[in-house]
Write a protein of this length. Structure first.
Length: 145
């Protein structure tokens, strides 16, 4: 009888770890040097974060508050959210689940913010994020080699 409970416990543990790995928790996409991360965080705070918090509940940070079903869970703490997004790969160029891809998408089901919710980003704002992603990727490559 007892061994059955142990087996059930092990299975539950295995299932949880698997789910965690799928959610991106097992992978780390942060290949920045500490110096580069500090530089990019400063830039993120100035150029990208203000665009993400505006609009309150209809903004990226306001809606992605952990209460909706999305892999992107933002706390509202700039530093913490920046590190999480780098680590979990939300700035990877051309990735279907990345911020840039979702904001630039022309597919109504993919577009962020969702059509009718909050203000869509202007071309100029998308360019700001695009330039940020490109420069971040250059710094990432540097360390990977
Ligand atoms: C009103 C709510 C709302 C707003 C505002 C919103 N999102 Fe989302 N977002 C969602 C929901 C719900 C999903 C999950 C469903 C889906 O994949 O479309 C999602 C999915 C995503 C994903 C894919 C991550 C995943 O779940 O796989 C990214 C990236 C994303 N949003 C980024 C943004 C960014 C950047 C903004 C601001 C420009 C934003 N979202 C604004 C509701 C919102």
């Amino acid at each position: 009888m007892k061994s059955r409970w142990i087996l059930a416990g092990l299975l539950t543990f295995a299932a949880c770890s698997f789910g965690f790995a799928l959610a991106g928790g097992g992978l780390n996409f942060d290949f920045l040097t500490d110096a580069d991360r500090a530089v990019m965080q400063k830039r993120f705070a100035k150029e990208v974060w203000p665009l993400m918090v505006r609009g309150g509940k209809e903004g990226c940070v306001g809606c992605h508050n952990g209460k909706i079903v999305s892999a992107l869970k933002l706390s509202g703490n700039m530093e913490k959210d920046f590190r999480m997004m780098i680590k979990d790969g939300f700035f990877i160029p051309n990735d279907a689940g990345s911020l840039l891809t979702r904001i630039q998408s022309t597919n109504r089901k993919q577009k962020m913010p969702p059509p009718g919710r909050g203000d869509p980003w202007t071309k100029a704002e998308m360019k700001v994020l695009h330039a940020f992603v490109v420069d971040l990727e250059k710094k990432q490559q540097k360390k990977r080699k």
